[in-house]
Write a protein that binds this ligand. Structure first.
Ligand SMILES: C[S@@+](CC[C@H](N)C(=O)[O-])C[C@H]1O[C@@H](n2cnc3c(N)ncnc32)[C@H](O)[C@@H]1O
Length: 246
């Protein structure tokens, strides 16, 4: 069982996602556990204050160190090893497929969600192993970013995806974008799907999909192609004149 402990001021935000689709199935099958902890429960003053004005002035509020520290200590005392403490932050390491698969190897991932202007830097220094960003933009809080992280990571935990939902052929897994997908009807509004997909010839379908994957990657993300592991056949296809521009 892999455990995701989310430290947040807004635990209710997780209710819907935990109760839906693949998350709900993985939780009820005992494959993952997603626990939210309200940082405010660790505030000791009578107003349960978890934020305060920024020292040195400036707009907004900053999350106070004491409740975050107490919350981390409590959660870490119950965290099974190997565990990692993550802070969702616009200044963090970009979340990529490589980082997602690395996170999938931990038994416990403790995720701190910031809010307002962020979190007191001293408590981050005390507890955080890794800051992670989901993109070069600023969200109002770390909760949605934590959901993105958990969603991407659990796909790589054994049993979370059914056989027919395997992550193995998906974008980024082999360094390429995925080929285009089609479903029934075979002809929709006058437009037919590529004929090879109806042939039942598995080798031809696989070859077609590999070429489409190369074509899509070259067209949309040529940077990925530079780093992808390509076969001799792939390179021949890419270098063939016009093969990428039908
Ligand atoms: C309004 S933001 C704080 C932004 C901060 N003052 C700054 O300029 O970097 C509040 C919280 O949202 C989360 N957050 C915002 N953007 C994020 C991103 N791109 N990736 C991950 N977390 C993010 C962080 O937890 C952050 O503490």
């Amino acid at each position: 069982m892999t455990t995701y402990n989310v430290l947040t001021l807004f635990p209710d935000m997780f209710t819907s996602v935990c109760g839906s689709s693949i998350w709900a199935r993985a939780i009820s099958a005992g494959l993952i556990s997603v626990n939210t902890t309200d940082i405010r429960d660790y505030a000791t003053d009578k107003h349960r204050r978890a934020d305060d004005y920024p020292l040195g002035g400036g707009a907004g509020m900053v999350m106070k160190p004491e409740p975050v520290d107490a919350c981390f200590r409590d959660i870490m005392s119950r965290s099974e090893a190997p565990s990692i403490n993550v802070y969702m932050s616009p200044g963090g390491k970009p979340l990529t497929h490589g980082l997602v698969t690395r996170l999938a190897s931990y038994r416990t991932v403790n995720i701190l969600c910031g809010h307002y202007e962020g979190v007191d830097a001293r408590v981050l220094k005390r507890h955080i192993d890794l800051e992670i960003s989901i993109g070069d933009y600023v969200l109002t809080g770390g909760e949605l970013a934590a959901m993105v992280l958990i969603d991407a990571v659990i796909r790589h935990i054994d049993g979370v995806l059914g056989n027919d939902e395997s992550a193995s052929g998906e974008s980024f897994v082999n360094g390429l974008l995925e080929y285009p997908q089609y479903t029934r009807p075979a002809v929709w509004d006058g437009e037919a799907v590529p004929e090879v997909l109806l042939s039942g010839h598995h080798a031809n379908i696989a070859a077609y999909r590999r070429q489409e994957s190369l074509r899509e990657t070259a067209r949309r993300r040529p940077d990925l192609l530079q780093k992808a592991r390509l076969t001799k056949k792939d390179i021949e296809f890419i270098t063939r004149r016009d093969s990428l521009n039908p």
